[in-house]
Design a protein around this ligand. Structure first.
Ligand SMILES: [Zn+2]
Length: 263
């Protein structure tokens, strides 16, 4: 996971979302707002305004519209970061939307956890009033930089590990995110990251070889683009970050330091 660059929606799109939100907010009690949120979403989701929402979310996604959580599958489900079953006031909030695949969105679903006043992880259950809007435990790729919490083992398991020690809130955030999304448990993701490493390496070696041979700028640009549009961009970012500890990477980045800025 990496942080997504949030985009702005046009004013008219935001206004349409605000109207839809008003439909929910008009209900007098929290439980009625929850019910309305859940009932209305499937039909409202088919409205034209969501074509624009999907377009912007798709452009924010890593690679070619890959899931913001796993980076592997295509993104096609609008995921409410703060679930509509708990936060009916955020059902049509642009900032609350992510674009995810079914395999990530399914298990996460309506789950949400915050840090309680004493710093403990507290999974929210529905009550009869709006829940606290305390900071989330689950990492939000639109607000958090997941790479500040997780690192990817490039030289063995290709699984993510928390950067911070156990007992810290940063560890709890990393640990819960890995657990809820199954980022280490889904074998196909682990294998895809391993393949992505080999793929990035081959492309980067080719780039460096062409650069060494004084190849034309257009070819170099095309090779650069092929790296930038690949899946599992976190693997590439980790290759940049861990270059000093992996011999084959250190040499390549020394020859092509411009690749530290991609993408
Ligand atoms: Zn996914």
């Amino acid at each position: 996971m990496i942080r997504m660059q949030s985009r702005e929606l046009p004013a008219e799109t935001l206004a349409e979302l605000a109207d839809l939100q008003q439909e929910i907010d008009n209900h007098p009690t929290y439980l009625e707002r929850v019910r309305a949120a859940l009932e209305l979403w499937p039909s409202r989701r088919r409205r034209k305004v969501f074509d624009r929402v999907e377009k912007e979310l798709g452009d924010m996604c890593p690679g070619l519209k890959r899931c913001m959580f796993c980076e592997d599958n295509g993104a096609y489900q609008i995921e409410h970061f703060r679930p509509k079953a708990l936060y009916p006031k955020l059902v049509y909030a642009w900032a609350n939307y992510l674009f995810a695949c079914g395999q990530c969105n399914g298990p996460k679903s309506d789950r949400f956890a915050i840090f309680s006043a004493n710093g403990k992880v507290l999974e929210l259950v529905r009550t009869d009033s709006d829940p606290e809007s305390e900071p989330s435990v689950l990492l939000d790729p639109r607000r958090d930089e997941p790479m500040d919490y997780l690192w990817l083992d490039l030289r063995g398991t290709f699984r993510f590990k928390p950067i911070h020690p156990e007992g810290t809130p940063e560890y709890d955030r990393a640990d819960l995110t890995l657990d809820w999304l199954g980022l280490n448990e889904r074998d196909e993701l682990v294998e895809a990251r391993r393949n992505a490493y080999d793929d990035y390496l081959v492309r980067f070696e080719k780039y460096v070889a062409k650069k060494r041979a004084n190849c034309d700028a257009e070819t170099l640009k095309r090779l650069r683009r092929s790296i930038e549009r690949s899946t599992h961009i976190t693997v590439w970012r980790e290759m940049q970050r861990q270059r000093q500890t992996v011999d084959e990477l250190r040499a390549l980045f020394e020859e092509a330091p411009e690749a530290l800025e991609w993408p």
